[in-house]
Ligand binder design. Structure first.
Ligand SMILES: CC(C)(COP(=O)(O)OP(=O)(O)OC[C@H]1O[C@@H](n2cnc3c(N)ncnc32)[C@H](O)[C@@H]1OP(=O)(O)O)[C@@H](O)C(=O)NCCC(=O)NCCS
Length: 189
């Protein structure tokens, strides 16, 4: 069977009015690559407040192929900080630039909303993710030892969108990492 062709995909912004249609597919796609699935409240925390920073790649039957979920809020360091919380592409569709396109859409949306910087964490062993973000200009700002529940270590990556942000933002708060998203039903945001 030939690899599916990413040229046919549509990229659309998540619409909270259609939660019932999209949320199950989003959860399914993201949980495939996690050792434990996130609670539905974790998804709702992001999508209720920042649904406009969530983008989906859909095939010609409107099946979900890829998704990115983000947030954007003031940070104690004084920056207006974007955060990429989740990113996944269906395995059969990987390596065709779909995640890169989703990340670019999120960067553009956060830039339009005057974000100073965008941060995220990714496992030190996740070559695909590191390569993707570093090619888009993200820098490694910190190594977070045993950051994940499975004991794996993460890199904090940061993309500066405005000049001077490095002096007050992520590069300065080395010792105060954002807490990981804990995938339990008791999670209260
Ligand atoms: C990470 C992920 C989202 C990348 O999706 P994708 O659509 O394949 O990414 P792209 O096609 O845009 O590729 C981005 C870069 O990663 C590289 N890449 C993709 N898969 C790779 C792999 N298995 N090993 C090394 N590099 C890889 C690509 O070659 C490309 O770099 P290049 O343009 O310099 O060649 C996808 O692998 C995935 O869903 N993984 C599971 C979930 C995950 O790890 N999410 C990220 C957590 S922060």
């Amino acid at each position: 069977m030939s690899a599916p062709n990413a040229d046919q995909l549509r990229y659309v912004q998540y619409d909270g009015r259609e939660e019932e249609r999209w949320l199950p597919a989003i959860r399914q796609l993201i949980s495939k690559d996690l050792s434990e699935p996130y609670s539905i409240y974790v998804y709702r925390y992001f999508l209720y407040q920042w649904g406009d920073l969530c983008y989906m790649a859909l095939d010609n039957e409107s099946k979900l192929i890829g998704v990115i979920i983000c947030k954007l809020e003031p940070h104690r360091s004084g920056t207006f900080r974007g955060y990429i919380a989740m990113l996944a592409v269906q395995e059969a569709w990987r390596g065709q630039g779909i995640a890169s396109k989703l990340v670019k859409l999120a960067i553009d949306a956060m830039t339009a909303r005057e974000a100073d910087e965008i941060v995220l964490e990714t496992e030190t062993s996740n070559t695909a993710s590191l390569r993707l973000y570093e090619r888009l200009g993200f820098l490694r700002s910190k190594r977070l030892h045993r950051y994940y529940l499975n004991g794996n270590t993460a890199f904090r990556l940061v993309l500066f969108l405005k000049e001077g942000t490095a002096l007050k933002g992520s590069m300065m708060d080395y010792d105060q990492p954002m807490p990981p998203i804990v995938p339990t039903d008791e999670q209260a945001f």
